[in-house]
Design a protein around this ligand. Structure first.
Ligand code: TDX
Length: 335
């Protein structure tokens, strides 16, 4: 009976991945979620699959070596998604981010090596490359050039994964996805923040002039890529996961307002994020060579995502309440 461990399995990408693994997996599959339940990780994100007896949820922190040792015992595959994933929180509290993303990565890799895990799929980010100039796309062999505390902490883990392959022969593949969007994204990231604000007729905060660009990838497409890389990626290699779907933040805000039939006058420019990366862009040929491409068109993906938040307004309000301290502090400094 194959055992798959998903760290951060109660978070945004993690819960979507767990759902996909259970949906597509064999009857004898076992999925063990390891999650610290800090704030974004929440059992509610797995509520609809908790009754599946192939799923086990263990509470634990990736910086806790003993807890990790127990969680990885007998694991055939580990998807490492546990992270402090928000740039703005990292700006306010770089230590918490470093601890989870860099120390946590080190402990995870050590535990995987010691437990002789068959394969680790290590989730990094497009942000490790730094800013992409207009027309530029980074391929996997581009130098890492992180510019902020979140990016630097992810780059540390990314480099360490490679180091564990070279030094100990750990079977690890690194994934570098772009900005994911979709159901269950915590309302501190751009799209759910804007949806929540629009639903409540509150100003939509855009940093600076709102012209910064991101490549948006639907979480289902990302999870398919993670699974493919787990199955067919080459050990020791990194793979970009692009969305081929670049938009300025202000275009995203306008699209959300249109979908919710709210006026554009709700858009509000606020003080920029310090060190804000203007643009990210990835060359996806290496992953395309394995037969992957994004399948969910942006118009459909965004429409369905907005509809999901509307239908799951209770979930959204509950999560916003959990984020209230951060949201009040961060946005009160921006107006
Ligand atoms: O209120 C906002 N206003 C605004 O203008 C927020 C929350 C964001 N923004 C801008 C900043 C970015 O240019 O929107 C863009 C997207 O911001 P986020 O959703 O915070 O994502 P980003 O900083 O791009 O990082 C995301 O993608 C890469 C994830 O948070 C990371 O975990 C992932 O590694």
């Amino acid at each position: 009976m194959p055992l798959v461990v998903v760290t951060g399995g109660c978070g945004f990408i993690g819960c979507n991945l767990v759902r996909m693994l259970l949906r597509d997996g064999a009857p004898d599959l076992r999925v063990r979620v390891f999650d610290a339940f800090t704030y974004a990780g929440d059992l509610r994100n797995l509520a609809d699959v908790l009754a599946d007896d192939r799923l086990e949820v263990v509470q634990g922190d990736v910086t806790d070596a003993e807890a990790l040792r127990a969680a990885l015992e007998g694991a055939d595959q580990v998807y490492h998604l546990a992270a402090e994933s928000h740039n703005d929180r990292a700006i306010l509290d770089p230590w918490t981010t470093w601890r989870a993303n860099a120390d946590g990565a080190a402990q995870l890799l050590i535990a995987a090596k010691d437990a002789r895990v068959g394969r680790v799929l290590f989730v990094s980010t497009d942000e490790v490359y730094g800013v992409a100039a207009e027309g530029q796309k980074f391929s996997e062999d581009a130098p890492l050039n992180p510019r902020g505390p979140y990016q630097a902490s992810k780059a540390a883990g990314d480099c360490l994964a490679r180091a564990f392959f070279e030094t100990y022969g750990l079977n690890v593949v690194v994934a570098r996805p772009t900005n994911n969007y979709g159901p269950y994204q915590f309302p501190e990231k751009l799209i759910p923040v804007l949806v929540w604000r629009a639903l409540n007729d509150q100003p939509l905060p855009l940093y600076g002039d709102g012209q910064q660009r991101r490549d948006f990838l639907h979480v289902e497409d990302c999870c398919r890529a993670l699974k493919l890389l787990m199955d067919r990626g080459q050990a020791g290699q990194a793979y970009n996961i692009p969305g081929d779907n670049e938009h300025a933040n202000i275009e995203v805000a306008r699209a959300i307002l249109q979908l919710l039939e709210k006026p554009e006058s709700l858009i509000h420019f606020v003080a920029d994020r310090p060190g804000h990366d203007f643009r990210y862009a990835l060359d996806g040929r290496k992953l395309a060579d394995l037969g992957w491409q994004p399948l969910i068109p942006w118009e459909q993906g965004l429409r369905d995502t907005v509809a999901w938040y509307v239908e799951n307004r209770d979930w959204l309000e509950y999560m916003v309440a959990k984020a209230q301290d951060f949201l009040s502090r961060w946005y009160s400094e921006r107006v």
